[in-house]
Ligand binder design. Structure first.
Ligand code: SF4
Length: 192
């Protein structure tokens, strides 16, 4: 997606198309008005991939971290956001994380919200998250069983299918390999 395609104001309206990992981060950010580093990286680079440019990202995160002063935000967080866009440090243009990376590296600890719910949530919590996404019981059972058997991306692909089945005429989606690809498939855009 082109940089600038998404504004700070429009992020919330896109959340219905987010995969479970990003829905969770987005909801926790709204609930806590904060996310720890791993969550900021995972969600921040995903939003960058959606087309949120650096200025809009700074506006989005500043607003999301409501209680903080401008000075605290500038000192503690703005640098990292600019860094993700290649405007600081090594000036590398960082890419959104793949599912493989999210599933296999840097597992979440207590208080963290990054990671893959299919890999890192306890079964009951995963089922509750799927129910919140308005999936029928049969789909929730099947997807939770795939996750319990270690088929995390297959479970996520089934989640995508269950969402798309709400829209008659949608074709069978490709296997999910990244949160950005999930979003593109869910929103009907060309696969990433
Ligand atoms: Fe996110 Fe990938 Fe896990 Fe799906 S499989 S929830 S897109 S990390």
């Amino acid at each position: 997606t082109a940089a600038g395609a998404v504004s700070a104001d429009s992020v919330d309206s896109l959340a219905d198309g987010f995969p479970l990992c990003m829905q969770h981060l987005h909801a926790q950010l709204a609930a806590d008005r904060h996310l720890r580093h791993g969550g900021r990286m995972q969600l921040g680079l995903f939003l960058k991939g959606l087309g949120l440019d650096m200025q809009e990202a700074l506006a989005y995160w500043r607003r999301a971290f409501g209680a903080m002063t401008d000075d605290q935000f500038a000192k503690g967080y703005a640098y990292n956001i600019r860094h993700n866009y290649g405007a600081e440090g090594r000036r590398a243009d960082y890419a959104p994380y793949s599912c493989h990376r999210i599933i296999t590296t840097n597992p979440p600890g207590p208080g963290d919200h990054h990671g893959c719910p299919f890999r890192h949530f306890a079964p009951e919590r995963l089922r509750a998250a799927l129910h919140r996404d308005r999936l029928p019981d049969a789909d929730v059972r099947e997807i939770a069983a795939l996750a319990a058997a270690g088929h995390y991306q297959v479970a996520c692909t089934r989640h995508l299918e269950a969402r798309l089945l709400r829209r008659p005429g949608d074709a069978q989606p490709a296997a999910v390999t990244s949160p950005n690809q999930f979003f593109d498939l869910c929103s009907g855009a060309a696969p990433a």
